[in-house]
Design a protein around this ligand. Structure first.
Ligand code: 0X9
Ligand code: ZN
Length: 446
């Protein structure tokens, strides 16, 4: 007990959040899993969600799950986090409506503290500019890590600084691939992550997979084929300002920040939802301009967020190579297909669903974590202006998906002990993606 306390103290002096601050902000919060069984119950929650947004109460009652029709049809669990003062009122309402619920995290304060915990070994790794896979790291560590990968494995890794975020952080795109001896162009897979600031597992998983692709090239025959056959374009953090903000203090609204951080002269709130900011069907559905502080605020115009522009400029440069486009989020355990702007399907949806299912099955085969596969409009509700739709419509990539990583009842407060299993199971999905690309397009494009 005492040793743990000392370790904690040491770790906390080098991070911004003190244990006391976590306790103050989150004391008594609980995460609940709800299950609706009637249309009325679903409508009730939708109305409650709107009231919460209208009254700006998200730091006290926050429904994390998209309240699509599928939550009822497919009996999907609904994550809701509730502050201690609101628990009696909200639970009474749920009981009145006959909505089933159970507690999934009883002591959220402890879970938030555990999530930010850096052991001396993690800290040592970070100080040396290395990632460890047992902690969620800061952006500077991720930057140092991708730089060192490029330096140490220059035969298969190329690092490109693609521009600066609004607050001036350098954004990077890696290219992992063994150039062909005959100089021919290879098909490629795009992967990006961490567009939503609070989804810490997204970049941790993508960097884990990147590390595996690079460091196991010389000793793992599957990895070797993946890197020989294809190029992998990787943008690990689309929203570095948001990521850093979520680490800057431990208040609810800071840790649960989703958006970018641009200051606007017209709005009281910073940034916008970058996953509503692309120029395909912008603002058509599931996005708003008011209230300005909404988590689905689409920004004043398409590409008002500079980070989105960097992503699209970079992807367009290599668009003729791209066959798969994976944009990694958390935490709904889903492989989502276009279109996300309306309940419409691209003409090649059968192929998209087939690879989606193969990826989900490969993930499940690893540790039994079940993923749903389907249209993002059906599973989560229509939301226009997102990366996946842009990838398919504007970059012309056939297999474009949003991947929602594991939830397992933790929502966004996923303990860092899940980084390795999430990385391992998601790697199985990209093995499937590689297999499909090679089978359908071969290994050269010219
Ligand atoms: O709503 C989103 O932006 C994504 N879900 S999340 O919970 N990570 O925020 C899903 C986006 C799905 N794609 C489209 N709607 N196009
Ligand atoms: Zn997201």
């Amino acid at each position: 007990m005492e040793i743990r306390a000392v370790v904690l103290l040491v770790a906390m002096t080098v991070t911004l959040c003190s244990s006391a601050a976590v306790k103050n902000h989150w004391l008594g919060y609980k995460l609940y899993r709800l299950q609706v069984s009637t249309q009325e119950q679903l409508e009730f929650l939708r109305a409650l969600d709107q009231e919460i947004e209208y009254k700006d109460l998200q730091d006290k009652v926050d429904i994390w799950t998209h309240l699509s029709q599928a939550v009822l049809d497919l009996k999907m669990p609904i994550n809701v986090i509730i502050s201690p003062e609101k628990q009696p009122e909200v639970l009474a309402l749920l009981e009145e409506q006959g909505i089933a619920y159970k507690v999934s995290i009883d002591d959220v304060a402890a879970a938030v503290e555990a999530e930010s915990f850096m052991s001396p070994a993690d800290q040592k790794a970070a100080d040396a500019g290395k990632m460890s896979w047992t902690a969620y790291h800061r952006y500077a560590t991720m930057e140092a890590f991708v730089q060192s990968l490029a330096q140490d494995y220059s035969d298969i890794v190329e690092l490109k600084m693609i521009g600066k975020s609004y607050e001036g952080r350098s954004m990077y795109r890696l290219k992992v691939g063994k150039p062909r001896a005959d100089g021919k162009k290879k098909p490629a897979i795009w992967m990006d992550s961490h567009i939503h600031a609070r989804e810490w597992i997204a970049s941790a998983t993508l960097l884990y997979m990147t590390n595996k692709l690079v460091t196991e090239y010389s000793r793992n025959s599957t990895v070797r084929r993946m890197v020989d056959d294809l190029d992998w374009y990787i943008l690990p953090v689309v929203n570095p300002d948001g990521l850093e903000h979520t680490h800057s203090d431990s208040s609810y609204s800071t840790r649960m920040w989703r958006r970018t951080r641009r200051i606007s002269p017209f709005a009281e709130c910073l940034g916008a939802d970058p996953n509503r900011n692309y120029d395909f069907k912008w603002m058509l559905s599931g996005a708003v301009q008011s209230p300005p502080c909404s988590d689905i605020n689409a920004g004043a115009f398409p590409f008002s967020e500079v980070e989105n522009l960097h992503l699209t400029d970079t992807a367009l440069e290599v668009k003729d190579q791209l066959k798969v486009f994976l944009t990694i989020h958390s935490a709904a355990q889903m492989i989502l297909t276009p279109w996300g702007y309306a309940l419409e399907y691209p003409s090649d949806i059968a192929d998209l669903e087939a690879l989606g299912r193969r990826m989900a099955n490969a993930i499940t085969a690893q540790y039994g974590v079940r993923y749903q596969v389907g249209s993002s409009t059906y599973l989560l509700g229509a939301a226009a202006g997102a990366t996946d739709d842009w990838g398919k419509a504007k970059a012309g990539v056939k297999y474009s998906y949003t991947v929602e990583l594991r939830d397992l009842g933790y929502g966004f407060i996923l303990p860092p002990s899940h980084i390795v299993p999430s990385g391992i199971e998601t790697f199985e999905a990209i093995i499937e993606a590689h297999r499909t690309v090679v089978a359908e397009f071969g290994t050269t494009l010219n």
